[in-house]
Design a protein around this ligand. Sequence first.
Ligand code: HEM
Length: 130
Amino acid sequence: MVQESLDALRDEFDTHSTYFYDALFRHAPHLRKLFRDDLTGQGMKFMTTLNVIVQKLDQEDDIAEQFTGLGRTHASLGVRSADFAPMEEALVDTIRNAMGDEFSSELEHAWRKAYAIVSSNMIRRGNVPT
Ligand code: HEM
C-alpha cells in the first residue's frame, strides 16, 4: 500500500514536495532554520530516499548501513529525535492531500508504521540525540 501511494506521489513530485515543506513548517516553524533557504531538490531527496528504504523494509540487514549514515548526517545537522514527529504529521498530510478520495485510515496506518521503522532505526543507529 505504501509503495503504491509513493507511485501516485511521484507523478507530481514538485507540487507534493512544496506541500510537504509547507506542512512541516506549519507543524514545527522552528525547524525552518535547519534547512537551506532554497528547498528545491531537497523534497526529491527525502522522498527518493524514503522510497528506497520502504522498498527494502523487509531486508533490514541490507539497509542497516544506510540507516546509520542517514541518522548520523541528521544528528550532525542538529536534528533531534523529537523532530521526527512533526515530520511524520507533514508526511501524512501530504499523502492525504495527494491521494484525495483514495486516502484511507488503513493507508495512514501503513504509512505511520513504515515511518516508525525508518525513524527509529535512524535515531538508534545514528545516535540522534533527544
Ligand atoms: C524518515 C525520516 C527522514 C528521511 C528518510 C530523511 C532523508 C533525508 C535525506 C536523504 C537528506 C539529504 C542528505 C544528503 O544530502 O546527503 C536529508 C537532509 C536533511 N534532512 Fe532529512 N530525513 C528524514 C527526517 C528528517 C527530520 C525529522 C528532520 C528534522 C527537521 C530532517 C531534516 C533534514 C535537514 C535539515 C536536511 C538538510 C537539508 C539541507 O541541506 O538544506 N530530516 N534528509
